[in-house]
Design a binder for this molecule. Structure first.
Ligand code: BES
Ligand code: ZN
Ligand code: ZN
Length: 514
């Protein structure tokens, strides 16, 4: 999709489809809806008002009203999109609203559209807080791109082709706001593309996206974006004594990939500045191994590399945003397969850190590959660690499918994350990770065991396992098992890979820029 930002009255722009936003300004529970258009263009207001007055359109979030050939406007169609209550309007509704425009157009064979930048001055102050224009334009760019992603790339009769051009139209504004709107838009384009790149990786089936293929695609992205990238094979994994990653991969005939990306800022940050490490779980297919999973829904385990994809997407965004902070990313990628050579329950393995691990369940493989990834990042000089992983089914039991779990050993590092992530619209919930839970992973046989001794709090046991390998280094773990794949289509987003983490992790990185 090409994206364009134009400072022009939407009514004078020729396009097959012009989307314009409306909100409900009614206050109080009993009040009937009172839609109002977020545009000061007369022709648009004239076209829409009769339908507002008739009560046919209520401006609920995601609601649409299509009008053909609006008088005195150059668009062939006018699409009014509801954003819900004016009082509670935020950039998150705007991001969704932009997505609704795209997902309305695609199945109708409309591949070019324009979105009118919402003008809060169309309403009086009592109805709505002013929207920060930088964030609004960023949300529109993100929402437009995120909505353009579809999962049907292997269908011969694919109908939902990509949108060719999406324009954002901004009527009149002072130069200062224009500069802010442009900057927000440019950032939104970077984030939207990065998130879709991550989603495209997650969407690939396990037979296509093997660990080697993940390595190739990551290396290609890095070459394009000017990031350093090395993709290591089993020889290096064994040389580094990554016994945990080696154990998980040993039952698979696909070679593993240890991917190391590096971002160096244009000007060297002062000595002693943070070095951030983004560590991703890249299991390209998780059968469970010898502790094999049930057949039902096993196909979904191609998304067990969504943590890796989040990091790869975040690195793409970081390369373009150029924050003044050093960043590396370690992706531990392999398959988890049952085989004559596979690792087994009861095995004792030695991780790169030297810790011995008793294997109780080979399906708890994500924490094993991450153990070596986290330790390796520290040996490469990481001062702060963040990892993302589709780690446990238990996180969905704890938090449902809306919030991802956040675990950490450090409040200050967590504060950086909590300060910046809400702007993205992604949802995270901090979970306990205190030492009194360590009991759950104590082994009689080895230093630690790979599943909890108790069936309660499985997501916490997994986090406690990782915490052993983060050690004293400030660390955040994001368990995205419940949020990396969306089961149902939404009016603003296709079902399938969500791309969660890309934007929040990139924002966390930016919060360390000097
Ligand atoms: N990849 C799974 C976790 C998962 C489950 C991701 C559902 C997405 C959706 C992970 O490797 C796993 O199998 N975890 C086990 C751990 C258990 C054996 C302690 C789980 O959650 O059941
Ligand atoms: Zn597993
Ligand atoms: Zn897994």
């Amino acid at each position: 999709m090409d994206t364009k930002l134009l400072f022009q009255d939407p009514a004078s722009f020729a396009t097959p489809l012009l989307a314009v936003f409306a909100v409900d300004i009614a206050v109080g529970d009993g009040e009937p809806p009172s839609p109002a258009l977020l545009s000061t263009s007369d022709p648009l207001a004239k076209a829409a008002t009769p339908w507002f007055d008739s009560g046919e359109f209520k401006a609920a979030l995601g609601e649409t009203l299509l009008l053909h050939s609006p008088s005195n406007a150059k668009a062939e169609r006018l699409l009014v999109i509801g954003l819900g209550k004016a009082k509670s309007l935020s950039v998150h509704e705007i991001r969704k609203g932009a997505g609704v425009a795209v997902r309305f157009a695609k199945p109708r064979g409309i591949y070019e559209l324009a979105i009118a930048f919402p003008e809060d001055r169309a309403l009086s102050d009592e109805h709505m807080e002013a929207l920060p224009c930088h964030h609004t334009s960023r949300a529109i760019a993100e929402g437009t791109l995120i909505a353009d992603f579809d999962i049907d790339i292997y269908r011969s009769d694919r109908k939902d082709h990509a949108i060719k051009l999406a324009s954002m139209l901004v009527k009149e504004n002072d130069t200062k706001s224009q500069t802010e709107i442009q900057a927000g838009f440019d950032e939104g384009v970077i984030f939207g593309h990065a998130q879709n790149f991550a989603r495209s990786l997650v969407n690939e089936p396990g037979n296509v996206l093997t660990p080697s293929e993940l390595g190739r695609r990551t290396a290609a992205m890095c070459a394009e974006q000017g990031l350093q990238c090395e993709v290591h094979s089993i020889d290096k994994i064994l040389e580094l004594k990554m016994g945990a990653l080696a154990a998980v991969t040993q039952g698979s005939s696909e070679p593993p990939a240890l991917i190391v990306m590096r971002y160096e800022p244009p000007t060297a940050p002062p000595e002693g500045s943070p070095v951030l490490a983004l560590v991703g779980k890249g299991i390209t297919f998780d059968t469970g191994g010898i502790s094999i999973k049930p057949a039902e829904n096993m196909d979904k385990m191609k998304y067990d590399m969504a943590g890796a994809a989040a990091m790869i997407g975040a690195m793409q965004a970081i390369a373009q945003l150029k924050p003044n902070v050093r960043v590396m990313s370690i992706v531990c990628s392999c398959e988890n397969m049952p085989d004559g050579k596979a690792f087994k329950p009861g095995d004792v393995i030695t991780a790169m850190s030297g810790k011995t691990i008793e294997i109780l369940n080979t399906d708890a493989e994500g924490r094993l590959v991450l153990a070596d990834g986290l330790h390796y990042a520290k040996t490469l000089g990481a001062t702060h660690l963040i990892n993302a992983a589709t780690l446990t089914g238990a996180i969905s039991v704890a938090l449902g499918l809306l919030n991802a779990g956040l675990f950490s050993n450090d409040d200050e590092t967590t504060r950086h994350f909590l300060d910046v992530y809400p702007a993205t619209g992604e949802k995270f919930w901090r979970m306990p990770c205190t030492d009194d839970y360590r009991e759950q992973i104590r082994s009689q046989i080895a230093d630690i065991m790979n599943t909890g001794g108790s069936r309660y709090g499985g997501a916490i046991s997994a986090a406690m396992f990782l915490k052993e390998f983060a050690g004293e280094t400030p660390w955040i773990h994001l368990d995205i098992a419940g949020t990396a794949w969306i089961d149902d289509n939404k009016p603003w987003q296709s079902k399938g890979p969500s791309g969660i983490g890309v934007r929040s992790i990139a924002e966390w990185v930016r919060s360390y820029a000097v």
